[in-house]
Design a protein around this ligand. Structure first.
Ligand code: SAH
Ligand code: SF4
Ligand code: F3S
Length: 429
């Protein structure tokens, strides 16, 4: 049997696909290069925005014909989309050729339902099976390895579906996390990325996020430590100092702000003000030499006025983000803000275009400051043009000609010769 997994959504989902692959490998399945060569197609879905959901449903629907001619083809739908109320049943109604629908905490049951050989839907949010065990994960992201430190979210930002589909926060035992990281470093991984919807609220017994970082930081190997995502309401000055003094933690912080309008922040239930956020960014930049701050921004939240939008642009200019992921608000059924009137499409389009234009200019000017510098880069892969690609410690993407002496997973010194919007080019020195 050959499987192919199609992944949508965030890094957490990408990592979960590695766990699904691990479970299937253990059962003797082999990976197929594409959907076409697969006997089992797994859709690991996301429902954060309407666009993510539509893309998955479109791709699932497109298999109807093939399933008719290839009766033994198995189609499984997993991931966040399945966790929405009543979704499993309604999906099987609209797409009766889907064989298996499993919730995010039930992915380890996939082999069981395959063997069962009859259509099945199983969604259970209270099944706390911890699939973080590294030996059951088929990793494909070398030299980076993702490590969950917590699952779920307690924040209930008014626009967000994650707390509904991922349940409440559960932190993994620190010893378990440390054991997994030590194992991965022993296997030769060079970068560890800790995953959680809100890593700053990690807590297990007496160990909080700062404590966990300290424990990981004493590991002796040369490696990079990254984490995502930090919530601005909980990122403590103590954590900032740990990052500054750490041997391994990268000088790069992803700190989603969403909007620069205090009125909208309040409606979003984000629990901080634009002033608090800007102060935090200032503190980070003062304390950590060479740090780059990146963010998530959302336009078009219900009732957002032109003034609110201008507040966002002002904050974006003030914080000089190295890069920003920009999103158009999308109402999600069951969330608080879904009850509020949605803005018109034209206003949203105009605002997102303007926001991207402003941020691109800033990204470009941040990139320009790299020209002529020599940076340590971890070689992470190759691009379509055959060049090596990797990132600087503070997270800037760099492309440079291959050199036979080096391979993916090596740290090299790269002299930056030119810059584009959010990326750099250079050569090994
Ligand atoms: N836990 C993280 C990220 C969650 S999802 C955090 O709190 O920052 C990643 C991003 O998707 C969010 O930061 C937000 O910008 C965006 N997002 C979430 N819900 C959305 C929605 N309903 N419409 C548009 N964008 C959304
Ligand atoms: Fe969603 Fe907010 Fe939780 Fe992030 S912190 S996952 S935006 S509810
Ligand atoms: Fe991630 Fe999408 Fe789920 S962003 S947590 S895969 S809803």
């Amino acid at each position: 049997m050959r499987y192919h997994i199609v992944t949508y959504g965030c890094q957490m989902n990408v990592h979960e696909s590695e766990k699904i692959a691990g479970v299937l490998k253990k059962e003797g399945y082999e990976a197929a290069d594409s959907i076409d060569g697969a006997d089992l197609i797994v859709f690991n879905t996301c429902c954060i925005r309407d666009t993510a959901e539509k893309r998955a449903l479109g791709n699932i629907g497109a298999l109807k014909k093939r399933k008719k001619s290839q009766k033994e083809l198995l189609i499984a739908v997993l991931g966040c989309m399945t966790q929405q109320k009543g979704f499993g049943e309604s999906l099987r109604e609209t797409y009766p050729f889907v064989d298996i629908v499993l919730g995010t905490n039930n992915l380890h049951l996939l082999p069981y339902y395959i063997r069962l050989k009859k259509p099945a839907v199983k969604i259970e949010t209270d099944d706390t099976y911890d699939v973080g065990v590294s030996t059951e994960t088929f990793r494909t992201s070398y030299p980076n390895a993702w490590v969950n430190i917590m699952y779920g979210c307690n924040n209930f930002c008014s626009y967000c579906i994650v707390p509904y589909v991922r349940g409440r926060e559960i932190s993994r035992e620190p010893q378990e996390v440390l054991r997994e990281i030590a194992f991965l470093l022993g296997e030769g991984y060079k970068e560890i990325t800790l995953l959680g919807q809100n890593v700053n609220s990690y807590r297990y017994g007496d160990t909080d996020f700062a404590g966990l970082l300290r424990e990981i930081d004493v590991l002796p190997q040369k490696f990079r430590l990254r984490f995502m995502t930090s919530h601005p309401k909980d990122l403590s000055p103590e954590a900032v100092e740990i990052i500054r003094d750490s041997a391994h933690i990268c000088k790069s912080i992803h700190l989603p702000v969403q909007t620069g309008s205090d009125r909208i922040l309040k409606l979003m239930n984000r629990k901080y003000t634009a002033e608090h956020y800007a102060g935090l960014v200032k503190l980070i930049k003062e304390r950590i030499d060479g740090v780059l701050v990146t963010t998530d921004l959302m336009i078009g939240f219900p009732t957002e006025t032109e003034d609110d939008f201008q507040d966002t642009l002002r904050l974006v200019r003030e914080c000089e983000f190295a890069q920003a992921f920009t999103f158009v608000y999308s109402p999600r059924l069951g969330t608080v803000s879904a009850e509020m009137p949605d803005l018109d499409a034209e206003t949203k389009k105009r605002r997102i275009t303007e926001l991207i234009r402003v941020q691109n200019k800033i990204s470009k000017s941040v990139s320009e400051t790299f020209t002529g510098k020599i940076c340590e880069v971890l070689i992470e892969g190759t691009d379509s043009g055959g060049r090596f690609v990797g990132r600087t410690d503070n997270g800037r993407l760099v492309a440079f000609p291959q050199d036979g002496e080096y391979k993916i997973g090596d740290f090299v010194s790269v002299k930056i010769s030119a810059s584009k919007s959010a990326s750099l080019v250079g050569e090994i020195v």
